[in-house]
Design a protein around this ligand. Structure first.
Ligand code: GTP
Ligand code: MG
Length: 603
């Protein structure tokens, strides 16, 4: 009787090699069977014709169902021990057991190991089933669930397992989970042949340096450092077998099998006090020890005593979040395990994430991920924020949060042009690049405006108190007296009570034009100055500071900032001591009109 896993391989007529994991049949060793049966392409179900379907056959079929294995060949052995009539009875018995399972179409081959009959047909059947298996996905995140660890004289530590989700090469640094031991791949073998690298789906022996055999055991997982984090809470939808002897109760202690690992866990049922045989529901498994699993991995749930397979499911979430509200939790989990790749990616975009991060969360390989991202962007269900993507709904949440913060700031400081960008950024907690992209989109959509370094709602106009309006009307009279030789901001504050904050607000309203920090003009004055300069330039081609001063009756002190202003707005530029026009005169005149009419002329 086989107690533990056995390993072998077979060369098909095509020349392809098939790795074989032999698992024990007896019910007492189901846990070993579970460690071996995980990442297989197909199953060779062996039933002896003289005995027919046994209880363990049914349990094995149930487990294969939970694990999603849907390709099989049935070997009906010991054909030499039974007559034709018995053989056909037993065959019907097996067919009945397979009915309604994903393996119902599996070819059944009668063989005799002693008489050596049917063996060629068996291998041919295996080959015909295996050619239909899809290629193994390569997520660039290799994982090898250890099924054996031993020491080999002359080599050192060796672990074996079935490699999934990526490749390992000689020289790679690896990490062993859950205890985070580091090691290096010193050698690789598949089917006893040394290789430079091993690809997904193959049976692999890794010769590891830097780690001792006694630190390793079945159930651990070899990964690329940092690519997977062991979790102590995992969530998934548990399907209870119709044949289970009893319901699963909330908080019940169960054994969870995933990969080659098994660990005790408490079941936290999210949709009711019990899960009855044949039913399914969302659950969180609170694990007694950390487990290295990825989203999309299958797990099997068993009752420890008396031992019985209860059911299992697919890992939907490994974020480790304890879900507080049950109904919310169910909604989240449903989204994360959605049937289409695009909706799984979308569920991972509940906050801005790089496509790589979101893809890993949703258990997608890079090509699935890229196609899904394109689909989501094209249909408008997701948007880009710098290096990240975010679901349209989540984008709305961020946008609303920004609008609320701005509204609050405007209420608190009605005079201010807006709220400082940094203050708003902290309200959404985004890195600068993503925040800028978000602001850019909101500005583009006409929802908010940028006023210098401040952000504001489009509707926000700084409002003045009656006292401030009175101060402003006195100051305006003073500014109008000699418009091109107006009082300085310092004078406006000391003599008219118009402080710098009020100046900023007035500039915001378009009542004032601020140039730099030390010059303030009425918009009309700026327009008059600009017109005079543009006309002179149209006539003579150049203008000096002195000429501009004489022409406008201003002073050097005021002409310097005014000419600088025209340079900054793209009307003129310096050429030695002169200014020249950089755009045609008519266009320059038009631009002057818009400059002083606009609400946000000041900087
Ligand atoms: N006569 C006859 N005996 C067979 C045949 N196949 C296997 N046996 C014998 O049946 C016994 C059990 O065979 P195993 O290969 O150990 O069966 P198994 O399915 O691996 O059993 P477990 O590992 O316990 O699950 C052995 O003594 C074999 O020699 C066959 O086709 N004809
Ligand atoms: Mg055996």
């Amino acid at each position: 009787m086989t107690i533990d896993l056995g390993f072998a391989w077979l060369r098909l007529a095509s020349g392809d090699e098939v790795g074989i994991v032999d698992v024990p049949g007896h019910q007492d060793f189901i846990r070993n069977m579970l460690a071996g049966v995980g990442p297989v392409d197909a199953i060779l179900l062996v039933v002896a014709l003289d005995e027919g379907v046994m209880p363990q056959t049914r349990e094995h079929l149930a487990i294969l169902g939970v694990l999603g294995v849907d390709r099989a060949v049935v070997a009906l052995t010991k054909r030499d021990l039974v007559d034709a009539e018995w053989a056909s009875l037993a065959r019907a018995d097996v067919a009945a057991a397979l009915r309604g399972t994903p393996l119902s179409d599996a070819p059944m081959i009668e063989v005799s190991a002693t008489a050596k009959t049917g063996l060629t047909e068996l291998v041919a059947a295996l080959e015909s089933v295996l050619v239909t298996t899809p290629p193994r996905r390569d997520l660039g995140r290799p994982r090898l669930a250890i099924d054996r660890a031993f020491t080999l004289t002359g080599f050192g530590t060796v672990v074996t397992g079935t490699l999934v989700d990526g490749s390992f090469a000689v020289g790679d640094e690896v990490e062993i989970l859950p205890n985070l031991r580091r090691a290096r791949v010193r050698g690789i073998q598949t089917h006893k042949r040394a290789l430079e690298s091993a690809s997904p789906g193959s049976r692999v022996a890794l010769n590891l340096s830097g780690v001792e055999k006694n630190e390793l055991e079945r159930g651990m997982v070899v990964v690329r450092p940092g690519s997977l984090v062991p979790v102590s809470v995992l969530s998934g939808r548990i399907e209870v077998l119709g044949s289970a002897s009893d319901s699963i109760a909330h908080d019940e202690a169960v054994k969870v099998h995933a990969g080659t690992a098994e660990v005790m866990a408490r079941v936290s049922l999210l949709e009711g006090p019990t899960l009855d045989p044949g039913a399914s529901g969302w659950a969180q498994l609170r694990l007694a020890a950390p487990l290295a699993v990825a989203v999309g991995d299958r797990f099997v749930v068993r009752r420890p005593s008396p031992p019985e397979t209860l059911g299992g499911g697919t890992v939907a979430d490994i974020s480790g979040e304890r879900m507080r509200r049950r109904r919310e939790a169910v909604a989240v989990l449903e989204r994360r395990s959605a049937p289409t790749v695009a909706s799984r990616l979308l569920a991972a975009l509940d906050v801005p994430r790089t496509p790589e991060e979101a893809g890993a969360r949703g258990g997608l390989d890079s090509s699935e991920r890229d196609a899904a991202a394109r689909e989501l962007l094209e249909s408008g269900r997701a948007v880009t924020l710098a290096d990240a993507l975010v679901a349209r709904d989540a984008f709305e949440v961020l946008a609303t949060r920004i609008e609320r913060s701005l509204a609050a700031t405007h209420r608190r400081a009605p005079l201010r042009a807006g709220a400082p960008r940094e203050e708003i950024r902290s309200s959404v907690d985004l890195p600068p690049k993503r925040f800028s992209a978000l602001v850019g989109r909101l500005v583009g959509d006409g929802r908010i405006v940028e006023r210098g370094s401040a952000l504001a709602l489009v509707t926000h106009v700084p409002t003045l108190t009656a006292e401030q309006e009175a101060a402003w009307s006195r100051a305006r009279a003073a500014l109008g007296r000699e418009p091109l030789q107006p009082p300085s901001p310092t004078t406006l504050e000391s003599e008219y009570g118009v402080d710098r904050e009020l100046v900023a607000a007035l500039a915001e309203r378009g009542d004032l034009v601020r140039i730099g920090t030390e010059a303030v003009f009425l918009p009309d004055a700026v327009a008059r100055f600009a017109d005079a300069v543009v006309s002179e330039l149209a006539a003579t081609g150049t203008i000096t500071v002195a000429r501009a001063r004489d022409l406008t009756g201003s002073s050097r002190k005021h002409v310097l900032p005014l000419l600088g202003f025209l340079d900054d707005r793209g009307l003129t530029r310096r050429s030695g001591d002169d200014r020249i026009l950089v755009i045609p005169p008519e266009q320059a005149r038009e631009r002057v009109a818009t400059l002083v009419a606009r609400k946000k002329v000041a900087q």
